[in-house]
Design a protein around this ligand. Sequence first.
Ligand SMILES: [Zn+2]
Length: 379
Amino acid sequence: MPAKFRLGIDIGGNDIKFGATNFEADKILLPDLVKRPSLSAEGPQRTIRQTLDGIKDILISLRGQWPDVASIAVTVPCPCTSDGVIIEATNLGTPETKKLWQTPFGELLAAEVSKVAKVSIPVFACNDANAAGQDDDYARYGQSTSERTNFFITTGTGLGGCILVNGAVFFGRGQSGELGHVKPAVPAQYAPRFAADPNPPCGCGGRQCVEARASLKGLMRRLEWALGRAGISFIEQDLKGRGEKLNGNVLAQLSPRFQENPQQAAYLVRNFADRERDPFCRWLLEDWAIMIGALFASLAPVLHPDLLIIGGGLTELSQEAKDWFIGIVRRVYQEVNAQTTFDSNKGNCEIVWSMSQDQGWRGAILMALRAEGRKTPPK
Ligand SMILES: [Zn+2]
C-alpha cells in the first residue's frame, strides 16, 4: 500500500507541535495540531521519545499505521546544515544539555523511528526560520518556481531569517539567512534613543546584531533601562515632543512584573502596545520597527528582492497595530535608502506581513520535498 501521510513537527524550547498533510502535501489533515510542552531541556534523546509518542497519537487520529507515513520533517530553533545536522544548540537545552543537541538529529530520529515502525521512513531536520519562510512562500506562490528573490524574517523570542530564491531556501555554505545576526547601523536620527545601550550583546556572542534589539530577548534587556529613572525620563521627553504622555497605571503594572518575570513583562508591553495603544509600550516596540527598517534597507542592495517579509509572533498583533508597526518599518526603510532602484513599491523591495499561519511544520515538509529533488506539489 502506498504511503499516505507526511508528518511535520515543530520542536521549540517551549512546546512541540505535530501536524500532518496528505502525500502531495497540499492538504492539511488535522484541523488542530497536537501540542505538548517541550522536553527539549532534557536533551535530544528525551525529545526523540516524546516525538515518537506524539507521532503515535497522530496516527491514531488519522487512523493510520507507521507504514502510511511517507516522510517526517522536523524543525529546530537552531542553525542546521542543509542535511539536518544541528551545528549549535542556540535555543535548545540547558547549559548541561546544549552540547548533546549538537547532533545529526534527523538521523538519530530516523534510527529510532525505524526500530519502532519496523520500516524505514526518511526524516528531514531543518532550521525553524527556514521552514517558516518556506511555508510563507507556499502560501503565496503554491508550487510555482517563478523567478523571485524574497527575504523573510520571523520575530519573536529571537529574530530568525530566511532567503528564498525562486521558492527554494538558499543555504549558501549552510548558514545563509541568519538575518538576526546582521548588524545594521542605527539610523542617525534614531541614535539618541539607543544612546544608553549602544552595543547590545547578542546571544551569538556578537554585538549590535539586529536580534539584540528587535526581539523579545532584546525587549527584556531594554526594559531594565526603560523602567529605570533615566529611561522613563528619556521616553517621557521624547513622547512629549509628539504630544503624547506616559500612563502612570501602565508603568505601575510593568515595574513589579518586570522584577518578578522579565519575559512576562515583555509580553505585557506587547499587549499594552497593541490593545491599549499605550504610548510608552509603543515607543518600546518602535525599537523593533526601526531596526527592522534599517535591516531591510541594508539587505535590499544585497539581492534586490521582490519582497521583504515580516513573520513570527508580531503577526498576531491586531490589524491596527500591524498597520502602525509596518508603517514605521516602511518609513525607516525609505529614510535610510536613498537609491530609487530600491524604493519600496509593489513587488520591488515591498515590505509585507507573512501569509503563513505559524505553520513551520508544513514548511519543513515542503523543504524535505525539495531536498528530495521533487517539485513542490500543486496547491
Ligand atoms: Zn548575533
